[in-house]
Design a protein around this ligand. Structure first.
Ligand code: ADP
Length: 156
């Protein structure tokens, strides 16, 4: 593996691949949805992480399986408490963009030990503040699929 480090054509090909070509659709909920409904959404949509958005798909936070499990262990009234109370919120969200190389996005997943990155487009809101519109998600599953695709290239 070491000798192949710099010049291998497969590495060069890999560096050209962008998040936008492999991303999945975002599964988003609004901030005021109850923790209970977020759990139901996670099951029905078959995802491990939900993006939490405001108006115009504006990124507010992320909520993961473990966030929901933790809240279900306590005495929290799951039907009453909104997901915004337990989510990881902006500006602490690690994001990616459609034009980011998949290698850099995958590095963010491993470095921060998270399963999913929201794919965003930056925009300026009416107050002149920078916001991020969620346009997709890039997950460990996407990385595994890319790995399998590359491994089976040329095979029939
Ligand atoms: P799980 O906790 O279900 O294993 P993760 O490892 O992705 O899922 O999440 C770990 C923690 O990181 C959770 O508290 C979650 O809210 C938070 N988190 C998830 N995705 C992100 C992200 N893109 N940026 C910052 N924090 C995140």
């Amino acid at each position: 593996l070491k000798e192949q480090k710099e010049s291998s054509p497969i590495m060069e090909q890999l560096r050209l691949l962008r998040v936008g070509d492999f991303k999945s659709l975002p599964i988003s909920v609004r901030e005021n949805i109850s923790i209970y409904d977020a759990i139901v959404t996670m099951f029905t949509q078959n995802v491990g992480t939900l993006t939490v958005v405001g108006e115009n798909q504006n990124l507010k936070g992320m909520v993961s399986r473990k966030d929901l499990l933790k809240s279900a262990l306590g005495k929290t009234d799951l039907q009453q408490v909104p997901v915004s109370i337990i989510m990881t919120r902006m500006p602490n969200i690690i994001m990616t963009t459609a034009d980011e190389p998949i290698l850099d996005a995958a590095r963010k997943l491993t470095l921060h030990q998270i399963d999913s990155l929201p794919v965003v487009e930056a925009f300026i809101d009416e107050k002149g503040e920078e916001r991020y519109e969620v346009i997709g998600r890039f997950t460990k599953t996407n990385v595994a699929k890319i790995f399998v695709q590359i491994g089976t290239l040329g095979k029939r």
